[in-house]
Ligand binder design. Structure first.
Ligand SMILES: [Zn+2]
Length: 429
């Protein structure tokens, strides 16, 4: 990001396959590419980034199986994003909003409902087809100068450009920002949202590290980076999706008053020690301890004859399974809602992916929640499993078994009420 070359590696998760490279049965015997999964911090600007970057052509130009809008919490999040952006920026009817890495178009739909003209850019052909079917105009492209030229010719300049959970995927950020800048109207705003390094470190969310996430963002390096692009961060907000994210508002320098939130977040980052080697070394040691503890718990349950399965198969879950060496000998299967993954096998560990109903059908005792960031909603959705006596294992920050308490068992089952229920933690002694 700052073109610095002094990188200090602070965590090594070994060699893993790509987190979204789910396999068909006929591919299981073929060799599978593994790539080093290590994170370093730039000693000059403080940006945490992968030591080894995999080419985007390998990462995204396949049957990319991630659909961003499958959970209720996800939907609520995009609605709030669009509504608050429209309110805050006084966007006018027919203003152009461009979402980079727009996936199936859920965020853009929310902007369109607010009266904006919208356009999505996404390089995964199968996902673009879904977005188009949903009626959200989406171009099947990698974002860059060639796309910007075409947008300017056909649609004009953008009042707002958004990139949610995309910025951290990009290797050549300077080229990216210069294209965004060309696309923005004079007072236009770029909003980026990404998981924050601070939450990764403090909550041991090591599984958010995978090859698609080239960088692990925090504010300090971004302030410096945007400054060198003649852009300015004028606001920053925290959001609790994906284990703790932040939303940054960027414009050309001097266009908007800079809010106190910018200074406050910077102070918090420094206080948390995000740029201190000993703090990051301690993080790595705790992650390794968590791996041992989780493996111990699963092996112990297995020895006691329990059936265990994984619930949901997000990219982060693949880091967890591969790093902790959790395979079909421990998990009978993992379940998924996304039909793009059902019927396939997890990369590296080759665990079959089934639909959620399999938990009840196969009388599973313990469900390992791989998408722990949506734990409440998922547990709420698996009423039948819980009623049958099924218990949940949360893997991060440390493994713990969670069962619905007796008092909560008869409570109503809407997702909102589930959120307020008590979950009794029965950590093993
Ligand atoms: Zn740097």
């Amino acid at each position: 990001m700052c073109a610095g070359v002094r990188l200090r590696q602070f965590i090594d998760l070994g060699f893993t396959p790509l987190a979204n490279a789910f396999l068909r049965a006929d591919q299981l015997q073929e060799p599978e590419a593994h790539y080093p999964l290590q994170v370093s911090q730039c000693e000059d600007c403080g940006l945490a980034q992968l030591t080894h970057v995999v080419s985007p052509e390998i990462l995204y130009r396949r049957d990319y199986p991630y659909e961003s809008s499958v959970t209720q919490a996800g939907r609520r999040h995009w609605q709030e994003f669009a509504d608050s952006a429209c309110g805050q920026m006084a966007l006018t009817d027919r203003d152009l909003v461009i979402d980079i890495g727009s996936n199936v178009g859920f965020l853009l739909e929310c902007f369109r409902d607010n009266g904006m003209r919208v356009l999505g850019i996404d390089p995964s052909s199968n996902i673009v087809r879904i977005a188009e079917k949903r009626g959200v105009e989406t171009w099947d492209e990698f974002f860059g100068p060639h796309v910007v030229k075409r947008i300017l010719q056909e649609k004009g300049k953008a009042a707002l450009v958004t990139a949610t959970n995309v910025f951290a995927h990009i290797d050549k950020l300077r080229d990216f920002m210069s294209a965004v800048s060309d696309l923005l109207a004079d007072n236009g705003v770029f909003i980026l949202e990404a998981p924050h390094l601070g939450h990764l470190v403090q909550s041991l969310e090591f599984d958010t590290i995978y090859h698609e996430h080239v960088s692990y963002l925090s504010l300090k390096p971004l302030l410096r980076f945007f400054d060198t692009c003649a852009m300015e961060v004028f606001d920053v907000q925290e959001r609790d999706i994906h284990g703790g994210s932040f939303r940054i508002f960027v414009s050309r320098a001097g266009r908007y008053p800079v809010r106190d939130s910018v200074r406050e977040m910077l102070a918090w980052e420094n206080e948390a020690g995000l740029y201190d080697a000993p703090v990051l070394a301690e993080f790595a040691a705790k992650v390794a301890a968590n791996r041992s503890a989780l493996a111990r718990l699963l092996h112990d349950l297995k020895h006691r004859g329990k059936r265990i399965a994984g619930v949901s198969a997000p990219a982060k879950g693949m880091t967890l399974l591969n790093y902790c060496h959790i395979g079909p000998e421990l998990l009978d299967f993992v379940t998924e809602k996304s039909r793009l993954k059902i019927g396939r096998y997890t990369p590296g560990m080759h665990i079959p992916v089934l639909e959620d109903e399999a938990l009840v059908r196969h009388k599973v005792d313990y469900a390992l929640l791989l998408a722990w960031n949506f734990a409440e909603e998922i547990m709420g959705n698996l009423e039948d499993f819980a009623r049958q006596g099924g218990q949940f294992i949360l893997p991060v920050p440390g493994p713990r078994v969670v069962a619905r308490s007796r008092t909560a068992r008869h409570a109503a089952s809407s997702p909102i009420q589930i959120r307020e229920m008590q979950w009794k933690s029965v950590t093993r002694s």
